[in-house]
Design a protein around this ligand. Structure first.
Ligand code: ADP
Length: 427
């Protein structure tokens, strides 16, 4: 009723250095946020006064103000409160330190700071990356975002790692603009599914990033911000080694450790001295996500890849393709016992072997990376991908498969690589 609607409009007056946090859980609920007066930002992106920002189910938002402001919320939130304790001053100091490194890089014509953010799951790693990138672009920098978070990454679909040039602050409701990202296919939700492949594509991505930085002066001085997968307690030293080797691959200058003293101490102990390691607190606002919320977020991400967001709808194409027109691969062959291996081959090598598949019903609902590679060999594993399609039907009689694709027929290449991730197209 009209009365209900009226009671759902709330106004908040925020003191300097405080933030309004809210969450929307209920499905189909919409909440509108308007800055009435003063200045405020959401994860480093400034709000435009009077503009209405829409948030939907799953949103967990903090509206922070350095100067104080008045905000209006319209609609039903599941949680909302004003917090006076935030780590924003420390995050902003980090930005200031990075900015000093950029200025000195500019003077000496060398590369700007490469920063890696690490920590457990759900401590605000992606959010901190977003804040640091936003502050950098707001100062005229053009940094690169590298996302190594396979499950909850901000680039392309889950199961990938990639890099994105950040030229504008993130949109408040949709994040960073995804123009021409550099994407490498891994095909699993976590590195443990194939560590050999994971480190191979990390090295590949790191090399490509290094090349790209060299040809773009502005980005070279601005540096790189690297987001990583959540560190799970108790998983031990293998993960540390992985962290350290990816840090080395990217020639990291600064590691920001969120919330975990133990990880911080281990890194200080094991990483070369010229890398600065900084421990930062997590924000009390960061919300822990359940397993089902994570899986829902992955689904949502894939849906958005094909169909866009309510504000920016996309219209994917659906078409049939003959089995004979494509070549389908997966990465990783079954292991052979050591005694059967050719001389000089390690038992781990099978994990990075390309295996051709005959189309079959088991491919249904799977995502496939469309490779850029023209060749038949390992180059397929090492090259970045054009994009993703989803198999929505397998017709064994007619020997055809139906694909959901962001682009109309023909595919940019006939080489498809299997991903473990699936998507049920309910449109
Ligand atoms: P991680 O990358 O470590 O898994 P995220 O940065 O994705 O963590 O944060 C987890 C969730 O918490 C996200 O939905 C994010 O929007 C939310 N969040 C982060 N900081 C805050 C905050 N200060 N107040 C409210 N929600 C927050």
């Amino acid at each position: 009723t009209a009365e209900d609607k009226r009671t759902l409009v709330q106004e908040f007056k925020l003191d300097p250095d405080s933030e309004l946090r809210f969450e929307i859980e209920s499905k189909n609920e919409k909440v509108y946020l308007v800055l009435k007066s003063g200045l405020a930002e959401v994860f480093g992106t400034e709000l435009v006064k009077g503009k209405s920002y829409e948030f939907t189910s799953g949103a967990k938002v903090a509206v922070f103000t350095w100067q104080g402001c008045t905000i209006e919320l319209k609609g039903k939130t599941d949680v909302h409160y004003v917090a006076k304790e935030t780590p924003m001053i420390m995050y902003s100091n980090c930005h200031a330190a990075l900015e000093l490194m950029r200025i000195s890089a500019e003077k000496d014509n060398v590369k700007g700071p490469v920063t890696m953010v690490v920590g457990p799951c759900d401590v605000g790693k992606s959010t901190l990356c977003r804040i640091l990138l936003n502050y950098a672009v707001r100062m005229g920098r053009r940094p690169l975002l590298v996302d190594l978070d396979l499950g909850q990454g901000q680039i392309s679909v889950p199961g990938t790692i990639g890099a994105l040039l950040v030229e504008r602050p993130a949109s408040i409701d949709e994040g960073f603009s995804q123009e021409a990202p550099l994407v490498y296919h891994f095909g699993h939700k976590a590195p443990a599914a194939n560590p050999a492949l994971f480190s191979m594509i990390i090295t590949q991505l790191a090399n490509t990033v290094k090349e790209r930085i060299e040809v773009n002066k502005k980005t070279k001085m601005s540096g790189v911000i690297i987001n990583t997968c959540g560190w799970i307690k108790g998983l031990g030293s293998r993960k540390i080694v992985q962290r350290i080797s990816s840090a080395i691959a990217f020639e990291v200058d600064v590691i920001l450790v969120l919330d975990q003293e133990r990880l911080y101490n281990e890194l200080v102990r094991d990483i070369p001295n010229f890398v600065k390691v900084v421990l930062l607190p997590k924000s009390g606002g960061v919300v822990e996500r359940s397993k089902s919320a994570r899986s829902e977020a992955r689904d949502q991400r894939i849906r958005e890849y094909f169909y866009g967001t309510p504000k920016n709808s996309l219209y994917p194409h659906s078409f049939d393709i003959k089995w004979s027109e494509i070549r389908i691969y997966k990465i990783g062959a079954p292991a052979l016992p050591d005694s059967c291996l050719p001389l000089g081959m390690k038992a781990e090598d099978h994990l990075t072997k390309l295996v051709q598949l005959t189309p079959n019903a088991g491919l249904l609902h799977h995502l496939f990376a469309v490779s850029f590679s023209e060749k038949d060999d390992d180059e397929i594993i090492n090259s970045h991908v054009a994009g993703f399609v989803c198999v929505t039907n397998v017709d064994t009689e007619r020997q055809m498969i139906t694909l959901l694709s962001p682009q109309p027929k023909p595919l940019p290449n006939n080489v498809l690589i299997l991903s473990e991730l699936q998507f049920m197209d309910s449109h």
